[in-house]
Design a protein. Structure first.
Ligand code: ATP
Length: 148
């Protein structure tokens, strides 16, 4: 199993971005692939050396661009897909590092922390840690949880 996994999440277009002229790139997220279509490049590509559609593969791709869509990835979806395996690794005694990377306003804080009403990965993981400890039977293990 690879030691590093990369997940991409597509957030909704903001009102500000909608008003921007020139934001003519269409994003599609499949479970393991993101494709970006530059609408400025014609489908025939006549006289244009640029690719109209570029595809990028990742371990996980979450489409949170449209809450009405069937495949909309909620905060719970992200936790169920990533969080559970993180807990399994942690409870097997390994260290785990979770990093959010992306440009400003791309949704790092929303995904990691979320809101009070709809928490993100970190609060859900904290709950998961304590609920897993609570499920452990017997007194042969002592857990020490620290926040640094
Ligand atoms: N999946 C999402 N669904 C709905 N809204 C989102 C989502 N992701 C981000 N947003 C909204 O987009 C805005 C920017 O997100 P956020 O603050 O998480 O970005 P950031 O990457 O942490 O930015 P910065 O690096 O500048 O701190 C916020 O208003 C947030 O609520």
């Amino acid at each position: 199993m690879a030691n590093i996994k990369v997940a991409v999440r597509v957030r909704p277009i903001s009102a500000r971005e909608l008003n921007l002229t020139g934001s003519e790139v269409v994003i599609r997220a499949e479970p393991n692939e993101i494709s970006l279509t530059n609408l400025k490049v014609s489908s025939s590509k006549a006289g244009d050396s640029r690719e109209r559609t570029r595809r990028y593969a990742f371990d996980y791709c979450f489409d949170s661009s449209n809450p009405e869509a069937k495949n909309y990835a909620t905060q719970a979806t992200i936790y169920e897909t990533l969080g559970q395996s993180i807990l399994d690794v942690m409870f097997s005694g390994y260290n785990y590092c979770l990093v959010a990377y992306g440009q400003s306003a791309s949704g790092k804080t929303y995904t990691m922390m979320g809101t009070k009403e709809d928490p993100g990965l970190i609060p859900r993981l904290c709950e998961g840690i304590f609920s897993k400890i609570g499920q452990e039977n017997g007194y042969d293990r002592i857990y020490r949880v620290t926040v640094r």
